[in-house]
Design a protein around this ligand. Structure first.
Ligand code: 0X9
Ligand code: ZN
Length: 413
C-alpha cells in the first residue's frame, strides 16, 4: 500500500514547503497525508483543524496539512495512513511538458487575441488588482453591448476559474469555453450567445498561479500571495462573507484553508464582490476548480438542505442533468465536507445567483491530481461544453430546468 502510495504521490510535483519562501525555523513543514475519515462529519472535523482535503478515496481523505496539525490529529486518535513531507517529493514532471497551459502573460495575450478577432462580441475588462498588483481579467461576451460596462437587458451568467493557484486546468476550462463561444459557427450556439450576457473570469488568483509555476517546478500552491503573515496566503475560497469562519476553514495562517483575518480581506475576493454586486442581471454562476469530477451545489457551510424547495428542486435537476453529460458526480457541496466562505454559498446566499462548483478532472489523485498533464485539457473543455451551454440557456430562469424533459434540446430555440 505504502509503495503504491509513494509511487502515486510522486506524480505530484511538490518540491518544497510552500512556506519556505519565508523560511524561519518556526514555520511548520507542509505534509501530504492520508487520514481515515469515513463520514462527512469526520472530514469536516479535520478540515476545521487545518487539513485541506483534496480527494476522498473510500474511507480516506487525502490532502495537505501543516506538520503540527498532523501531529495533533494523530494525538487525537486519527489514523494517518500515509504522510510525506513535501520536501521529500521530487517532481516527475516538468512545466515544459505542460506548455499548453496558459501562464498569466499568455492568458492575457489569448484574451487580447479573442477581442481582436471578435471586436463586436468580446470585451476585455479588469475586475481589479491582486495583492501583487496584477489585473484580474474578465471577458464579456455580449453581441449587443458596446463595451464591458454598457447596460444590458439580457440575462447574465458568469464562469470563473483559478481561485486556487495549483488548479491550472480550472483556468483552461473557462478560457476554452470563451474561445468556443466566440468561434462557433453553429447557428444554435450563435443564437444562444446573442440572447445572453456572458462573463468569463478565467484566473481569479493570478499571483498564486504565477508563484506555482515561477521556479520551473510546481509548488502545489493553493492560496493567494498575501505575504504579511507567518505563512503566506489566504484561501480565497474561504474568504467570502456568507457564514464566513463558521466551519471547514482555519484561523491558522499556515493552513491551506486559512480563511483570512476577516471576510473579504483580500483584494481578489473584494474584486469578485464588486463585480458580482454590480451586475444584477447575473442569474447563474459556475466556479471551476480541480479535481475529483464533481458537480457541487449549495450549501457548503451546513449539512442542511436549502430551505427554498423550489430552488433545491432546480439545483438537483440541473446538477443531475449536467452530470449525465460530463459523467461527473452531482451532490450537495457539504456532502463532501463542510466549508464556509466559498464563492458559491456567498453568491447564492447573498445575491440569489444559482451557483455551482465543478471539480474538474482527473477523478482521483492517480490521474495526476493538480498536474494531470496536457492531454486532459481539450477533453475537459469538450466534456463541459454542453453543461455550460445548458447553464447559459437557463440564465433567464434556472427554475425552467425542473419542467424541462431530459431530452430537450436546451439551446437552439
Ligand atoms: O475546498 C474547496 O475550496 C473546493 N475544493 S478544492 O479541492 N478545489 O479546493 C470545494 C469547495 C466546495 N465548497 C464547500 N465545500 N463549501
Ligand atoms: Zn479549488
Amino acid at each position: 500500500m505504502c509503495r503504491t502510495l509513494f509511487a502515486l504521490l510522486c506524480l505530484f510535483a511538490y518540491p518544497g514547503t510552500p512556506a519556505s519562501a519565508h523560511a524561519e525555523p518556526t514555520i511548520p513543514t507542509m505534509q501530504w497525508a492520508g487520514i481515515v475519515a469515513p463520514t462527512r462529519e469526520s472530514r469536516t472535523e479535520i478540515v476545521n483543524q487545518g487539513f485541506s482535503i483534496e480527494s476522498v478515496v473510500e474511507d480516506t481523505a487525502y490532502g495537505f496539512v501543516p506538520a503540527e496539525v498532523l501531529d495533533s490529529l494523530r494525538l487525537q486518535g486519527y489514523e494517518v495512513t500515509s504522510s510525506l513531507a513535501a520536501s521529500e517529493m521530487n517532481p516527475q514532471d516538468f512545466p515544459d511538458q505542460d506548455a499548453v497551459y496558459h501562464n498569466y502573460a499568455e492568458l492575457k495575450a489569448e484574451l487580447d487575441t479573442l477581442v481582436t478577432l471578435y471586436p463586436k462580441l468580446a470585451h476585455l475588462f479588469s475586475l481589479g488588482r491582486t495583492v501583487e498588483g496584477r489585473e484580474i481579467w474578465g471577458l464579456r461576451i455580449n453581441a449587443s453591448a458596446e463595451n464591458a460596462e454598457s447596460p444590458t437587458a439580457l440575462p447574465g451568467i458568469v464562469f470563473m476559474g483559478g481561485h486556487h493557484a495549483r488548479e491550472h486546468l480550472s483556468v483552461e476550462m473557462p478560457l476554452g469555453l470563451a474561445r468556443f463561444l466566440l468561434e462557433s459557427r453553429d447557428p444554435a450556439v450563435i443564437d444562444l450567445v446573442n440572447r445572453r450576457d456572458i462573463f468569463i473570469i478565467p484566473q481569479v488568483n493570478p499571483d498564486g498561479s504565477e508563484f506555482d509555476i515561477a521556479s520551473g517546478r510546481y509548488q502545489s500552491w493553493r492560496k493567494n500571495r498575501r505575504a504579511d503573515n507567518k505563512c503566506a496566503g489566504v484561501d480565497l475560497n474561504r474568504n467570502y462573507s456568507y457564514q464566513w469562519g463558521t466551519g471547514g476553514s482555519s484561523k491558522n495562517n499556515c493552513s491551506d484553508v486559512y480563511m483570512g483575518p476577516e471576510a473579504f480581506s483580500e483584494p481578489e475576493t473584494q474584486a469578485m464582490k464588486r463585480f458580482l454586486e454590480s451586475r444584477p442581471n447575473l442569474k447563474v454562476l459556475l466556479s471551476f476548480h480541480t479535481y475529483s469530477e464533481l458537480i457541487l451545489y449549495p450549501w457548503g457551510h451546513t449539512y442542511n438542505d436549502l430551505t427554498n424547495a423550489r430552488d433545491l428542486a432546480a439545483y438537483r435537476k440541473m446538477a443531475t442533468t449536467m452530470a449525465a453529460w460530463n459523467g461527473y458526480h452531482p451532490q450537495q457541496t457539504s456532502d463532501l465536507y463542510v466549508a464556509s466562505g466559498d464563492t458559491t454559498d456567498w453568491a447564492y446566499g447573498t445575491l440569489g445567483i444559482f451557483s455551482f462548483t465543478f471539480e474538474l478532472s482527473p477523478n482521483g489523485w492517480g490521474g495526476g491530481g493538480f498536474y494531470p498533464g496536457p492531454g486532459i485539457v481539450q477533453k475537459t473543455i469538450q466534456a463541459n461544453l454542453k453543461p455550460a451551454l445548458y447553464l447559459i440557456d437557463l440564465a433567464d430562469d434556472p427554475h425552467r430546468a425542473v419542467a424541462m424533459p431530459e431530452t430537450t434540446l436546451f439551446f437552439g430555440r
